[in-house]
Design a protein. Structure first.
Length: 405
């Protein structure tokens, strides 16, 4: 019954709405954003605005523009105001369309657009066929003469449809932008919109970089992986990263900087969560090992193993001990030799960093006990080169305990 009194299409057609109501909401938002407003008063102001329902939206949207400098770079305030906007627009299609139209499509400012998009995400809003047509029209209009920041937000609207065809369109744009920061941001939005297709998406990006001859570009790889960090850890534990690696590596040469850095940062992030690391490390390592054993392409297998040990090296004593144990693995087949040799190659790198005496001592033990394995690993180490392939990795100090016990 109370919906009868909600603002509809006609009442919300004009962003300026009732000037007195707009001004009232703006004053409340101004006080809400003030550092001098205590928590109790802030909660009261939020409720006063929310009680106005959709009638408050014109004032709220205007407020995000009026005080955009205050919102800039402040995620807490973004969360606060987008939550209030979502509460006022709840169960009101006309209100959601106003946020879409006035808050995103017609809004020239990136910060207010980001707040409007976050609000639509909070509402789990899905664009209609008409909304999609409007968005595509604006994309065509601005793609040649406007910055990528507006296009990034318009593509974000398309991604709300859950349509795989839209996923393909945005993925193509992502490949076009892949050398830019906006490309990294679009990639994150794409994966967040289609989390079940993360393998397809990242493999496509890796394939595109290989075709462009940029598969070894450190700057692009670092930028992409930095943007992807919030969603990396789960992909190590569920073996998605192993699958991505196996699909992205085949080529000449069988390596890829993006994949390498994904392993570097994903394992590092997983390690930070002690509880998750402790219960998952055995299954993760087993998954890497057995995935490699099942590959016919020995070069891809060797590279997968190398990326794994390379990611383990800088973490802690027990992680380096894993490398040493792998170097001594004895099961007598080629796949296990590849596992052991990849571990020994990493030990050569460890021995060059910060005068790691334990690694050097361990290598001497390996040379005596497994001379053929040692020589093969040394040849591979020298063919790769003594410089660390992955940026930003530092060895544990000489007290790591590697090789003891």
């Amino acid at each position: 019954m109370k919906k009868i009194f909600d603002a509809g299409e006609i009442e919300l057609a004009d962003l300026h709405g009732d000037p007195s109501r707009v001004l009232e909401i703006q004053q409340k938002v101004k006080e809400l954003l003030s550092a001098n407003t205590n928590r109790q008063r802030r909660e009261s102001l939020k409720q006063e605005i929310i009680e106005k329902k959709a009638w408050a939206l014109p004032g709220l949207i205007n407020s995000t523009i009026t005080w955009m400098k205050k919102f800039e770079g402040d995620k807490e305030l973004h969360h606060l105001i987008s939550g209030v906007m979502a509460s006022t627009a709840e169960d009101n299609d006309a209100a959601s369309r106003l946020i879409f139209q006035a808050g995103v499509v017609e809004n020239p400012f990136p910060v207010p657009r980001a707040i409007a998009i976050k609000t639509l995400e909070n509402l789990k809003w899905k664009p209609s066929a008409e909304d999609k047509a409007t968005t595509r029209k604006y994309i065509r209009r601005v793609e040649k003469d406007r910055g990528k920041d507006l296009l990034l937000d318009l593509y974000s609207i398309l991604l709300m449809t859950d349509d795989t065809q839209d996923m393909k369109i945005v993925l193509e744009t992502c490949c076009d932008w892949i050398a830019t920061e906006e490309g990294g941001k679009l990639l994150v939005r794409l994966i967040n919109a289609f989390p079940n297709d993360v393998e397809i998406i990242i493999v496509e990006i890796c394939d595109d970089l290989r075709k462009k001859g940029k598969y070894s570009d450190k700057d692009i790889a670092n930028m992409l992986v930095r943007n992807l960090q919030p969603i990396l850890v789960k992909r190590v534990v569920d073996e998605t990263l192993v699958k991505i690696t196996i699909r992205a590596l085949p080529g000449n040469p069988p390596r890829h900087r993006v994949v390498e850095y994904l392993w570097r940062d994903a394992v590092k992030e997983l390690h930070k969560n002690n509880e998750e690391w402790n219960w998952s490390i055995e299954s993760v390592e087993s998954g890497v090992y057995h995935a490699g054993k099942g590959l016919k392409d020995s070069q891809v297998r060797e590279t997968l193993y190398r990326y794994w040990f390379q990611a383990l090296n800088p973490l802690d004593k027990s992680s380096q001990e894993r490398i040493y144990n792998a170097a001594k693995r004895e099961e007598g087949n080629h796949e296990d030799e590849d596992w052991a040799i990849a571990a020994i190659v990493e030990m050569f790198y460890m021995s060059t960093q910060k005068k790691n005496r334990n690694a050097k001592q361990s290598l001497q033990e390996i040379e005596k006990k497994y001379p053929i394995r040692y020589d093969r690993a040394k040849d591979k180490f020298e063919s790769i080169g003594p410089a660390r392939p992955s940026d930003g990795i530092e060895s544990i100090d000489k007290g790591s305990g590697l090789g003891k016990g």
